[in-house]
Design a protein around this ligand. Structure first.
Ligand code: C2E
Ligand code: MG
Ligand code: MG
Length: 631
């Protein structure tokens, strides 16, 4: 019972008692007054009248108060009704499900949203207990904790899985409040909840996208690294070993370039599927990016076992991929690193496998290589050299040597090629093959090439001043630099600073640099050509050129790779290749230049085949500018 009602009763009781008192007294007094009217003194009569009047006032006041009170109560009830009507409207139109139970946990109200979310109608749940909706996903401890929080704080919020009428279980975000009456007694529980299955679904989708490669559906690098870390922890605990294989498709770029990215993507997808087939269960396969895949084989500690796995993959890849009217062949290379023999951390294992892969690629591709101590030493040497190379640039330890280029028909020297050397304080003269690849990996190549270019142009200006009639100075440009837009700027700057006639400068780019990204190459070559410099393709015959592309390049010269010159004039294959290259160059209006000529008969064979220019030890080795002999 509420306090206000009790007040009303109290006031009514007072009113009744006072009324009875007044009536009794009035009766007594009146009777007394009529019976003994003469016996009463005037003073006493006044007292009686005052008394009666006083009682009347009291009764009047309490009556007014009672009426006031009743009136206010009526007003309040009116306001409450208004408030309740509003609450009911909100209760019914809210998107969140609402369920109210009495203190015994029996459902007394549900709203429309409740019915929409759960699928139950009101009459199916009123009088029932909410455990009707239990999904079975939470244990007893969970519900105990909910009620403990409710008892302690009066409120609980959290995620809870319940079951719809259809039987489907789904997640809710639910807030339960304990409602107490004015005396602090528990009267009801109100649960407000929203269906968060859509949010959960997108959360799961997001988590999936963050950890998988969308093209192949395989785990991505993030998930793979995580799995490797977990596998290493488990392997360490169980004293087992595992192998990590990095796989990389060979010449995948040429498929992308030649057939387009859509075909490239389809092929990658099929490669992923074939790898899943070869590897079977118990092995984690991931696409780490581009055409690189990672394999984690747990329980595989033996070198032989890992090698066999890699060999199996390589062999299965040899079978053609047939799709959409295409029949494509592609090979794969693999690098293997073993735990715990090669590395103890996931990061190190991945790095070692990468070094091994690099080795497999250098060994001619379509094979696998293992990470060994020797490889580590090699990597360390590379790191040291990179540090030293920086110092070499600062301390002017680089040198430019020049090798003569001769006109095969007249025998006259017509140009030179600038070749960089490193005058190492301890190791002596270091050839470029030992430091150019490192400079390319560390990015130092940009500075080195810019420096060589400047030296060579300056030297050429000096030779011109000395009256030497040279048609060109050739400078090598790294493939790394070739893709960069700044190259054009750099060349223009050097030409401007040194004052060299652009027609006297020839830039050599390797065939593989051009074919790495033919569209970028084409644009770059056109821009360089606009400067007025000549362009040559170096090491021609080794870079899988597409003839169609070659035709579009604004290039004036092909340099036959020395590998094909070495077998001349006897090796049938070399003869055939050299003849084709010469015919090709001439048909496209390009000059042909053979490098690596070590014998007179090689020079005369090339001349006979109409090759115009020659370079090699037969004519002269690369030497410092001062040591060049002029014929
Ligand atoms: P490349 O541009 O094809 O240069 C020709 C290489 O063949 C030079 O090696 C040269 O010394 C060598 N050579 C010339 N004639 C003969 C011969 O008759 N027999 C043999 N066996 N070899 C001969 P080098 O100087 O060791 O340079 C190797 C490569 O390093 C160059 O090949 C070029 O690709 C690169 N390189 C050299 N200097 C630079 C540079 O300044 N920048 C860049 N990015 N690369 C450079
Ligand atoms: Mg060259
Ligand atoms: Mg070359």
């Amino acid at each position: 019972m509420s306090v206000s009602v009790r007040d009303a009763l109290r006031m009514a009781a007072l009113y009744v008692v006072l009324s009875i008192l007044w009536l009794t007294l009035a009766e007594v007094v009146l009777r007394g007054m009529t019976e003994n009217s003469l016996a009463l003194t005037v003073g006493r009569q006044i007292n009686v009248v005052v008394w009666v009047l006083f009682s009347a006032v009291l009764i009047y006041v309490s009556r007014v108060r009672l009426l006031n009170f009743i009136g206010r109560g009526a007003r309040l009830r009116c306001e409450d009704r208004e408030r309740l009507r509003m609450a009911a409207a909100v209760f019914d139109s809210t998107l969140e499900g609402v369920l109210v139970t009495d203190r015994h946990g029996l459902i007394v109200h549900v709203n429309r949203a409740f019915m929409r979310i759960t699928g139950y109608q009101q009459d199916e749940v009123i009088g029932q207990r909410p455990n009707k909706f239990k999904s079975g996903r939470h244990g007893l401890a969970f519900y105990q904790q909910v009620f403990a929080t409710l008892a302690e704080k009066g409120e609980w919020s959290g995620e809870i899985w319940n079951r719809r009428k259809s039987g489907e279980i789904y997640p809710q975000w639910q807030t339960i409040c304990a409602i107490r009456d004015d005396e602090g007694e528990l009267s009801h529980y109100v649960a407000v909840f929203s269906d968060i299955s859509a949010i959960k679904h997108s959360e799961q989708e997001l988590a999936y996208l963050a950890h998988h490669d969308p093209l192949t559906g395989l785990p991505n690098r993030l998930l793979f690294t995580d799995r490797v870390e977990q596998a290493l922890a488990a392997a360490q605990a169980n004293k087992r070993g595992c192998a990590l294989l990095l796989l990389d498709l060979d010449h995948f770029q040429s498929i992308n370039d030649g057939l387009g990215h859509t075909i490239g993507d389809q092929l990658l997808k099929l490669v992923g599927e074939r790898l899943v087939e070869v590897l079977g269960g118990g092995v984690t396969l991931a696409r780490l990016g581009g055409d690189e895949f990672g394999v984690l084989a747990e329980n595989c500690q033996q070198v032989g076992q890992a090698g066999k796995l890699a060999q199996g993959i390589i062999e299965r890849m040899r079978e053609p991929f047939v799709f959409d009217g295409h029949r494509l062949f592609i090979s794969i290379s693999a690098g293997i690193s073993l735990f715990p023999d090669d590395a103890l951390s996931a990061e190190q294992l991945l790095r070692n496998a990468d070094s091994a892969l690099y080795k497999a690629k250098s060994n001619g591709r379509a094979c696998y290589a293992l990470y060994t101590e020797e490889l580590t030493a090699h990597a360390q040497h590379r790191v040291e050299t990179a540090g030293e190379l920086r110092r070499a640039l600062e301390q002017d330890e680089l040198r430019v040597f020049y090798q003569p280029v001769h006109d095969l028909a007249t025998g006259r020297q017509v140009g030179v090629e600038a070749l960089v050397r490193w005058q190492h304080p301890l190791r002596g003269l270091v050839p470029p093959g030992e430091f150019i690849p490192i400079a390319e990996r560390t990015g130092l190549i940009a500075e080195i090439d810019a420096w060589v270019l400047r030296q060579a142009c300056r030297q050429m200006v000096q030779w011109q001043g000395d009256g030497l009639q040279l048609a060109f100075v050739a400078v090598n440009i790294s493939s790394r630099l070739f893709g960069q837009h700044e190259l054009y700027q750099q060349v223009a700057e050097v030409l401007h600073d040194t004052g060299l006639d652009p027609a006297l400068l020839e830039l050599e780019v390797t065939e593989s640099a051009v074919m790495e990204d033919p569209e970028v190459a084409l644009e770059q070559l056109h821009r360089l050509r606009e400067l007025g410099v000549a362009l040559a393709i170096d090491d021609f015959g080794t870079g899988y050129s597409s003839l169609l592309r070659l035709k579009r390049l604004p290039v004036q010269k092909l340099k036959i790779d020395q590998g094909f010159v070495a077998g001349l004039p006897h090796d049938e294959d070399d003869i055939a290749i050299v003849r084709v290259i010469i015919a090709l160059a001439r048909s496209m209006g390009m000059q042909v230049h053979a490098e690596g000529i070590e014998q007179a008969e090689q020079a005369s064979f090339l001349l006979q085949e109409l090759c115009q220019l020659g370079q090699g030890y037969w004519f002269g080795r690369p030497v410092p500018a001062a040591d060049l002999r002029w014929s």
